[in-house]
Design a protein around this ligand. Structure first.
Ligand SMILES: Cc1ncc(COP(=O)(O)O)c(C=O)c1O
Ligand SMILES: Nc1c(O)cccc1C(=O)C[C@H](N)C(=O)O
Length: 452
């Protein structure tokens, strides 16, 4: 790609080139060349954290699906294995932290990232199981027919749709009558005003939305949508899979009722890592729809009584035995994130995605950007659109640029701040420019292998 033609500073690219009015000052100009990216990296206070990750060769841009292993996560997993070896069954009480309370101790660590009290957060289950548990609970909490209707978005991740439909059907509630689906106008994003209008136009008891859309990366205004839900007598729940660890949250202040998330994306806790959930203390008297002995009060759990005695707070939503070995890496992964600070992570993320969008605009005219250009409406990844996105994603991986593909036309590129540099972003776009110039993606099979 050509270097700077002296066309001016960042400010000249602020309007219409991909960023919103307040251009993020830190990102280099798209025509300033790789040296400017390297110089930006040399000034990056988070740059040293990359050394605490085992980042594969090339550019790893898939943290929106699976974050890489950090030395901290590795150490905490090793510690759990060592305790298993040395303590055996005594690990439930004598490990540090004791395995019995892994979910609660991780809740203590996660709470600051969520803007929540420790007893409102627990690491447990998986995202999908937590959606079943919480949507089911809040459907049961409503004794009026109005409350037994859930509002979702057309573009939500499929597991959210599957779980909610199952919970409705389990209660004899026909999704045709008790599920309101807000449609996208452009196939990429959802208008918040359309969500708010749907709340006004339908008898909705539960609003359930992602914080960030998995394909386009649109970030929603959680506080605005929660207020709208409450104004119309609904509770508000959010799937934070694509924002926890990338975007600061303040769930208590926003009045959110419940939330769920995974830990294997921007929290970097490893494949199949334990999920997490939040329940606002307003709802601590609710009865979990998915009762299990691990959600029983730890003080009576081994009375082994047939009656369920829910634990206080979010802990009641644990179901079966905590998955110790899939939870252990999260302790170390949170050490790394705590050292960075979520506000600095978000600041760098906005600069990296802004830079990526402007490089695509400047150097890849064959591609479109499906992600909102306003920083306040963007999560941690960018949707680069191209009719041959699937084969482009394969061609990129063949050149050690790890991205993923989402139908019908999106290459998802996630420059995660803890281990991605501005020079990495330049290199990804330069590689994509070369692939397009050579037509290298045409060597790949349309059908291709499975998509991850
Ligand atoms: C928004 C969203 N929810 C849920 C999931 C997956 O759920 P689970 O962690 O249960 O596999 C994903 C993908 O990882 C997702 O993007
Ligand atoms: N969550 C995933 C997984 O557990 C295995 C393989 C891939 C994924 C994903 O990236 C799905 C993810 N929710 C998405 O945003 O598409």
């Amino acid at each position: 790609m050509t270097d700077d033609t002296g066309r001016g500073s960042d400010a000249d690219f602020g309007s219409g080139s991909g960023s919103d009015a307040e251009t993020v000052p830190e990102a280099p100009a798209p025509t300033a060349g790789r040296d400017a990216a390297v110089a930006r990296d040399e000034a990056d206070p988070l740059a040293e954290l990359r050394g605490r990750f085992h980042v594969p060769e090339g550019q790893y841009m898939d943290g929106n699906s699976l974050g890489p292993l950090s030395t901290d996560a590795e150490a905490s997993l090793d510690r759990a294995v060592e305790e298993w070896r040395e303590l055996g069954i005594e690990g439930w009480t004598d490990a540090d932290p004791d395995w019995f309370h892994y979910g609660e101790r991780l809740g203590d660590r996660l709470a600051p990232l969520l803007g929540a009290r420790s007893d409102e957060v627990v690491a447990t289950n998986s995202t999908t199981v937590n959606i079943h548990a919480l949507v089911g609970t809040f459907l049961d909490e409503r004794d009026d027919d109005k409350g037994r209707t859930v509002l979702v978005n057309e573009l939500d991740f499929p597991t959210d749709h599957y779980a909610i439909r199952a919970q409705l059907s389990a209660r004899g509630l026909d999704p045709e009558e008790h599920l309101v689906v807000v449609e996208s106008r452009d196939g990429r994003t959802v208008e918040e005003t359309d969500v708010i209008d749907a709340l006004a136009d339908h008898d909705v008891g539960v609003l359930f939305m992602p914080s960030v859309l998995y394909r386009s990366g649109q970030l929603f205004d959680i506080e605005r949508l929660t207020e709208a839900a409450h104004d119309h007598g609904a509770v508000a729940g959010f799937d934070l899979a694509h924002s926890v660890g990338a975007v600061p949250h303040d769930l208590d202040a926003a009045g959110v009722d419940f939330a769920v998330w995974c830990s294997y994306k921007y929290l970097n806790a490893g494949p199949g890592a334990v999920g997490g959930l939040y329940v606002n203390e307003r709802h601590f008297d609710a009865t979990p729809a998915l009762a299990g002995w691990w959600g029983n009060d730890k003080g009576t759990q081994f009375d082994l009584a047939p009656e369920f005695d829910p634990a206080p707070g979010a802990g009641a939503y644990q179901v079966g035995t905590v998955h110790v070995l899939s939870a252990a890496p999260l302790f170390g992964a949170l050490d790394t994130l705590d050292d960075a600070g979520i506000d600095r992570v978000r600041e760098k993320s906005v600069a990296l995605t802004d830079y990526l969008i402007r490089l695509v605009d400047e150097h890849l005219p064959e591609c479109d950007v499906g992600t909102p250009r306003e920083a306040s409406r963007r999560g941690g990844h960018v949707a680069v659109e191209h009719p041959d996105a699937y084969r482009l994603s394969l061609a990129l991986k063949a050149r050690d640029v790890v991205v993923d593909y989402r139908p019908p036309n999106v290459v998802r590129i996630a420059p995660a701040p803890l281990y991605v540099s501005f020079a990495d972003v330049w290199d990804v776009v330069e590689t994509l420019r070369a692939i397009l110039d050579e037509g290298a993606h045409e060597a790949f099979d349309e059908a291709g292998e499975g998509v991850t």
